[in-house]
Design a protein around this ligand. Structure first.
Ligand code: NAP
Length: 251
C-alpha cells in the first residue's frame, strides 16, 4: 500500500485527539499544523509544523511540495481565516478535505444569554449591563475592553497577551482547560462576577463556565460564530476517522 499523507490544521483539543487516532491508521502519515499562538502547545502526535503558511498561495505551495493527499481542518470555530484559506487551497490543488466543526452550544431555558455578533459588540454593550466581568475569549481580542473604566475584569487565557496589547483593568489568570464545574463556580463566586463574556466555541472543555453561570444566575454575553466556508464537514473526531478510512479505502 502506498503511504498517504494527511494534513490536520490544528490548534484545538479535537485536533490533538484526531492526530492521535489517525496516527494508528496503517498507511497514513499524519502532519499537524499549528499557528504557533501558544508558547507550549499540548502533546500532539504526528509530525508537527508550526507557523502560518502565508495565505492561500502559501498553503497551496505547502500542499503541493509536501504532497499532501488529504486535509482535515480541525481549527477552532473562531479561527475563520485559516478555514477560508484552506477551503480555497484544497479547491485549487483538488484534494479531498473535511472540516471538523464542533456544534455550537445551545441555549438552555435557564440560561440568561445576550447573543452578539462580535467581540467588539460585546464590549460596546457591557457598560449597560455589567460591573464585574469574567472575560473568557482568550488573549488576542482584549483591546476592545481596555477603555471600559467602570468595569472590573477577570481575564483568562492560556498565555499572557502580547506586551503592547492595551489591557482592561482587573486580573489575568493563565490556565488551560478543561475546567470543572466546581472550580468555575468557585471562581465566579470568589470574584463576585455578574457577567461572563464567552465565544460560542462548543465542545466540552470550556462548557463548565456556561453551566456554572446557569446555576448561579449569571448573565452570559455570548459571541456568535461568523460564517464558515461551505465544505464537507463532521461534528466529531469519530466522524473524521470514518471519513478518513473511507477515503483511504478508495486509493
Ligand atoms: P485565524 O484568524 O483563522 O488565522 C490567522 C492566520 O493564522 C491564518 O491566516 C494563518 O496564517 C495562521 N493560522 C491559523 N491557524 C493555523 C494553523 N493551524 N496552522 C498554520 N497557520 C495557521 O486564526 P486565529 O483565530 O488567530 O487562531 C490561531 C490558532 O489558534 C488556530 O489554529 C486555532 O485553531 C487556535 N485557536 C483559536 C481560537 C480563537 O478563539 N480564535 C481559540 C482556540 C484555539 P497564514 O495566512 O500565514 O497561513
Amino acid at each position: 500500500m502506498m503511504l498517504k499523507r494527511l494534513l490536520i490544521l490544528g490548534g484545538t483539543g479535537d485536533a490533538s485527539e484526531l492526530a492521535a487516532m489517525a496516527s494508528n491508521i496503517p498507511g497514513l502519515e499524519v502532519r499537524v499544523s499549528l499557528a504557533g499562538r501558544t508558547s507550549q502547545p499540548g502533546e500532539v502526535s504526528g509530525i508537527v509544523r508550526i507557523g502560518g503558511f502565508g495565505g492561500i498561495d502559501g498553503l497551496v505551495t505547502y500542499l503541493q511540495t509536501e504532497q499532501i493527499d488529504l486535509l482535515i481542518d480541525t481549527t477552532h470555530p473562531f479561527a475563520s481565516q485559516i478555514s477560508w484559506n484552506a477551503a480555497a487551497a484544497v479547491k485549487e490543488v483538488k484534494i479531498p478535505s473535511l472540516m471538523l466543526v464542533r456544534p455550537a452550544w445551545e441555549k438552555d431555558k435557564n440560561d440568561n444569554w445576550i447573543e452578539v455578533e462580535s467581540v467588539e459588540t460585546a464590549a460596546n454593550i457591557l457598560p449597560s449591563l455589567a460591573k464585574r466581568v469574567f472575560l473568557t475569549i482568550g488573549r488576542q481580542q482584549l483591546a476592545p475592553f481596555a477603555n471600559l473604566d467602570n468595569i472590573w475584569f477577570l481575564m483568562r487565557a492560556i498565555d499572557p497577551p502580547s506586551p503592547n496589547t492595551p489591557l482592561p483593568q482587573g486580573k489575568l489568570l493563565l490556565a488551560r482547560g478543561p475546567f470543572s464545574l466546581e472550580d468555575e463556580k468557585k471562581l465566579l463566586l470568589e470574584y463576585e462576577i455578574d457577567t461572563i463574556v464567552s465565544k460560542n466555541s462548543g465542545g466540552g472543555a470550556t462548557y463548565a463556565k456556561i453551566i456554572a453561570a446557569r446555576e448561579l444566575g449569571i448573565k452570559v454575553v455570548m459571541v456568535q460564530r461568523s460564517a464558515m466556508p461551505e465544505a464537507e464537514n463532521t461534528a466529531s473526531v469519530d466522524g473524521a476517522i470514518t471519513w478518513l478510512v473511507d477515503k483511504l479505502s478508495i486509493y
